[in-house]
Design a binder for this molecule. Structure first.
Ligand code: ADP
Ligand code: MG
Length: 248
């Protein structure tokens, strides 16, 4: 795989400047013999270094699209490129490898390992890609510090509040230095104030680290932090220039 990045966000046209490029993506599920068209030809360009939001009501296709962009699912037709890498050309195994090295995931339900300490939860993705102990320690401490959990390293997830658990999940998602982080309803289980803090943390991380974060949510607070907001409706992106925040 090629080492990319340090590419400035100076245009939407060229594929190699995009963190995500989805082209005519469809996904049809068969539910009880009846086809359900979850995505009906989605075109999406996510420039690097942005906090991009995918909004839309429940059932509009947000999770389906995020799973395809995250290589957790394959489209029925169409193409997805992440960091210029064509997913259709990767075997399932290569795609899993790509996920471990280049992507980070944040979920509504945090998905932390309950018997692991905060430290061990953040460390796990680094163990999975074979990062040595010393570097693991440095990176885990950096990220626990960044999300404000330096004093909680030895605690188990159940000893943390919901907001702290999501901070921990964010540290875990960032620790492998992903180029792209995908967050599915990351504020879904949090109260308004805590949700706002989590969104502010995403924004801070985008600004400090230059990473790209794509958030799928129906939480309107995301508009306060997003560089760009895309609307999904019935499996299609509704083109609406008025939704776009002014250029940074
Ligand atoms: P959102 O995340 O915006 O709520 P989803 O991507 O979860 O939307 O769902 C989009 C559509 O696809 C919905 O109609 C949903 O019922 C359907 N769907 C999602 N996952 C499956 C599945 N595994 N099998 C069948 N239908 C599904
Ligand atoms: Mg969803």
């Amino acid at each position: 795989m090629t080492e990319v990045l340090t590419v400035s966000n100076n245009g939407h046209g060229a594929g190699d400047t995009l963190a995500v490029h989805a082209i005519a993506v469809t996904r049809t599920y068969s539910a009880g013999g009846k086809p359900v068209q979850a995505l009906r030809g989605v075109n999406l360009e996510v420039p690097r270094g942005t906090l991009t939001a995918l909004m839309g009501r429940s059932g509009s296709g947000k999770t389906t699209l995020l799973n395809i962009i995250g290589g957790l699912d394959r489209p029925t037709s169409g193409e997805v490129l992440v960091d210029g890498e064509k997913f259709s050309r990767l075997s399932d195994r290569a795609l899993a490898d790509f996920r471990r090295h280049r992507l980070g995931f944040v979920f509504q339900s945090f998905a932390l390992l309950p018997t692991y300490s905060a430290y061990e939860n953040v460390e796990l993705p680094l163990r999975m890609i074979g990062v040595g102990r010393k570097e693991r320690g440095q990176r885990v401490r950096f990220w626990l510090e960044t999300v404000g959990l330096a004093d909680w390293a030895s605690h188990r997830p159940y000893e943390l509040s919901g907001g702290q658990q999501q901070r921990l999940a964010i540290a875990r998602a960032l620790v492998n230095r992903p180029h792209l982080v995908l967050a599915d309803e990351p504020t879904g289980e949090l109260d308004t104030t805590t949700g706002r803090q989590i969104l502010a943390l995403f924004k801070e991380i985008v600004e400090r680290e230059g990473v790209t974060i794509l958030i799928a949510t129906h939480d309107p607070k995301v508009r306060e932090v997003a560089t760009v907001v895309h609307q999904l409706r019935d499996g299609q992106i509704v083109v609406n220039e008025a939704e776009r925040a002014p250029a940074q």
